[in-house]
Design a protein around this ligand. Sequence first.
Ligand code: ARG
Length: 456
Amino acid sequence: MWGGRFAEGPAAVMREINASIPFDKRLWRQDIAGSKAHATMLGAQGIIDPADAAAILAGLERVAADYEANGVAEDLTLEDIHMQSESKLAALIGPVAGRLHTARSRNDQVATDFRLWVRDAIDQVDAALVAFQQALLARAEEHADSVMPGFTHLQSAQPVTLGHHLMAYYEMIARDRSRFADSRARGNLCPLGSAALAGTGFPIDRDATAAALGFDGPTRNSLDGVSDRDFALDYLAAAAQTALHLSRLAEEFILWASQPFGFVSLSDQWSTGSSIMPQKRNPDAAELVRGHSGRIIGCLTALMITMKGLPLAYSKDMQDDKPPVFEAHDLLGLSIAAMTGMVGSATFRTARMRAAAEAGYATATDLADWLVREGGIPFREAHHITGSAVKRAEQLGVALDQLPLADLQAIDARIDARVYTVLSVDASVASRMSFGGTAPARVRAAIHAARTGEAG
Ligand code: ARG
């Protein structure tokens, strides 16, 4: 493709280090689409003979059919998918294939292909995240009333409902989807026509190629067009954030599936056994989602570091942009699907959760709030009185709502029997009716809003 000024071929290692075909063959659909748009435009503008353009278009269809049927060969002598496609085209239609690369460089070609690929990747991720949100909504609805301990510092804090807890993840995923949507919108401009770096003297129509490929328009600066990889970094940043959210839920499932917690039993489909300990049911899939998040974050870091020192415009370092994006995309797809499966099929052990919520003095704040409301006592003083009540309950080995009235009144005479209405975990969650709170009625409203599109 560029042998004119060379007397010798490349060293074998040169060929190997230079080749991107082993990974960029994943761009073949985008490469064909980009070439078709370019050839059509060249013909329409009279830059090449319309008959040649037609021959090239027909040839590209055949190249695509061949890739579809046989896959893309990893021929290192052809370096990348762009050379691979052009050489296949030449083999099929002869020297006229050489006209396709008029007013184009692999620099704007690869930037275009990669933007198209990332755009498709975002659409796939979004569809997977919608399915995950549906699974969360279904389980949240089922468990809108299921009481569990809410934690801070991983200490029992206040009762919440499992539905509320699951809906917290719904919210995180809604934000993740909006980050992907933002990056899709920002990246949807077409670099094709930037040529090598400076644009071209041929009378190309960049609006036409951009429109043919579904872009909102052409990129506005040719140097930026060939050297910008923000769109890939935006994708990776959104992927890393999503993976981080999945990892937090995975971590909770791992914790909850442990014997001391016993809050969840993961289905057989999402558990593995041990080769030595027959009793084991290990949450391997959740552990791998947690682990994969580290690798996905690593992909973001890798590309940031690749890009940070590059002068304008294209440098071959940028060929290293694709492996981290492909890797992150594959790992994220698996992670989302695995968490969707786990959420959908897990058995939540609601009796255990309730017992844990009742055991942890989690309604202590409700007692303090009652003292404020009914006794007109300042919150700080109410906090102190409640602390003494918890201490007494601990001494007697009972829950707060089992503490005899005499013991409560011995601590503070202003307490009367009405206090018992707020000390149960059900009363506690039902009272949390503030917007965004854990009351079952609020959780149902949040689920309804999510389903009807009133929430993100
Ligand atoms: N294989 C290259 C890549 O993926 C294509 C661009 C090559 N351009 C160049 N000037 N060598 O980045």
